[in-house]
Write a protein of this length. Structure first.
Length: 456
């Protein structure tokens, strides 16, 4: 219990008397404790104060007296320490800070008294700190320091300006060079076009003249070829009569005087008759070679029928040699029947002639379509031919063996090549010595169907 007077004084009773209390004499304590920034660190290391103007340290004086700090972009870890100089109730101290232009509001950190920032963008900032008073209320007094982060050179305005100027200059230079190159090419092109036009006009005249000369040369070549073929035919034909006469007289002499003269004379008669026979064969082959493709038109040729005719003509030779001829279906083509028959006959005769001793001759004839043409194969198991002679054997009068080993005139395979080329085809050989030879040749393919035929 207490007693309150009219003037507001209050009295309280106690064991020692009354206690007097004057509420009107109580004054409000408006003391705001001072606040200071006490430390500044970079990368968690205290920043020293610059000793002179040449010292690169960003602190020119004590941090508590510093109002502004400028840092390079590379200083990416920044720390501040701060303290409230109020010692009446130190346990109630509370702190808050913010970095204007970065934080959106105050960061209440309680009794902690430091702040850290990392990787700040280049720009201007203000670091602020506030604390509570002895009553636990936030003091309106704050302390702040301006912080400037300078940008790297590539983010400075002058670098960007230089970059823009460089790009524009490069573009202008490139454009100028490009225009210059185009104009130079245009001049060169005009010169080349003029030269080519002149050359073309000259070439047209030259071509016209060359064409006339070529036409004249072709006509002369045709005339000379015709004369040459006629000469070969007449010469071969005219040689037959005296050759037959010579051979007949030699036969009469051999019949009349054989055994009556010495052995040498009989041997000479035999040599003369053998030479006459070879000469007859050579003249015959020359006549056939000169007649290939003369004054004939293309006909529909059934290769199956041609092959059967050839086998019939060679029946005796095939039987004597004990040869076996096998074949598959053959096509119907457009060609020269006589020449195709001669081609087949020469290849089969060649296979039988060059057979291995004590081995039955096997001749296999097959065909397949390849790139718009019929590719024929005449395969045998004879003595074969070395690879180095694969081209030589198609040259007229070329022989790989002596006449005592194998008879022949050396014209047969050249006949074959001429016949194949007459049909716009190709002929080639694949052979392994001692294992046989395979002659390949192509003939034009038509739309005719392949006819059925039985193997012999």
């Amino acid at each position: 219990a207490y007693c309150k007077t009219r003037n507001g004084n209050m009295y309280f009773g106690g064991i020692n008397g009354f206690n007097e209390f004057f509420p009107g004499s109580i004054k409000e304590n408006d003391f705001e404790p001072p606040l200071a920034i006490t430390g500044f660190q970079l990368f968690n290391k205290e920043v020293p104060i610059a000793a002179d103007d040449k010292d690169p340290s960003p602190l020119k004086k004590n941090i508590s007296e510093t109002k502004e700090i400028t840092l390079p972009y590379s200083s990416s870890v920044i720390s501040f320490e701060f303290a409230s100089l109020n010692y009446t109730a130190p346990g109630k101290k509370q702190y808050a800070y913010m970095l204007e232009s970065f934080d959106k509001g105050w960061n209440d950190i309680g009794k902690l008294h430091n702040a850290m920032y990392t990787n700040l963008d280049p720009g201007n900032y203000i670091f602020k700190v506030k604390a509570t008073n002895k009553d636990g209320e936030w003091s309106p007094r704050t302390v702040d320091i301006r912080l400037t982060i300078t940008p790297p050179f590539w983010l400075t305005w002058w670098f960007r300006a230089l970059l823009v100027i460089f790009i524009l200059g490069s573009f202008g230079t490139f454009f100028s060079i490009r225009v210059s190159v185009i104009r130079k090419r245009e001049r060169v092109l005009k010169r080349v076009v003029a030269e080519r036009t002149h050359q073309l006009a000259h070439s047209v005249e030259e071509e016209k003249k060359a064409r006339q000369e070529t036409d004249y040369a072709n006509k002369e070549l045709e005339r000379k070829n015709s004369e040459l073929e006629q000469f070969a035919y007449i010469a071969s034909h005219d040689l037959q009569e005296p050759l037959r006469t010579t051979a007949s007289f030699v036969e009469l002499l051999q019949q009349q005087y054989q055994g009556k003269l010495d052995d040498k004379a009989d041997k000479y008669f035999t040599y003369i008759l053998q030479a006459s026979d070879r000469m007859k064969l050579l003249i015959k082959n020359l006549l056939e070679f000169s007649r290939i493709g003369n004054k004939k038109g293309l006909e529909e040729v059934d290769c199956n029928k041609i092959l059967l005719d050839v086998l019939a003509d060679l029946g005796m030779a095939i039987k004597e040699a004990g040869a076996h001829i096998s074949y598959s279906e053959l096509p119907v083509i457009n060609g020269y029947p006589t020449e195709i028959k001669q081609l087949f006959q020469n290849l089969i005769t060649n296979a039988i002639k060059f057979r291995k001793k004590d081995t039955r001759s096997q001749v296999k004839i097959s065909v397949h379509k390849s790139q718009g043409s019929w590719e024929f194969r005449f395969e045998d198991n004879g003595i074969g031919i070395e690879e180095k002679h694969n081209e030589k054997i198609f040259v007229i009068f070329q022989r790989l063996h002596t006449r005592t080993e194998y008879e022949g005139s050396g014209i047969g395979l050249s006949h074959c090549k001429k016949i194949v080329e007459l049909h716009n085809g190709k002929i080639w050989l694949k052979s392994i010595p001692g294992q046989g030879a395979t002659f390949h040749f192509t003939l034009p393919a038509g739309n005719q169907a392949i006819k059925e035929n039985n193997n012999q």
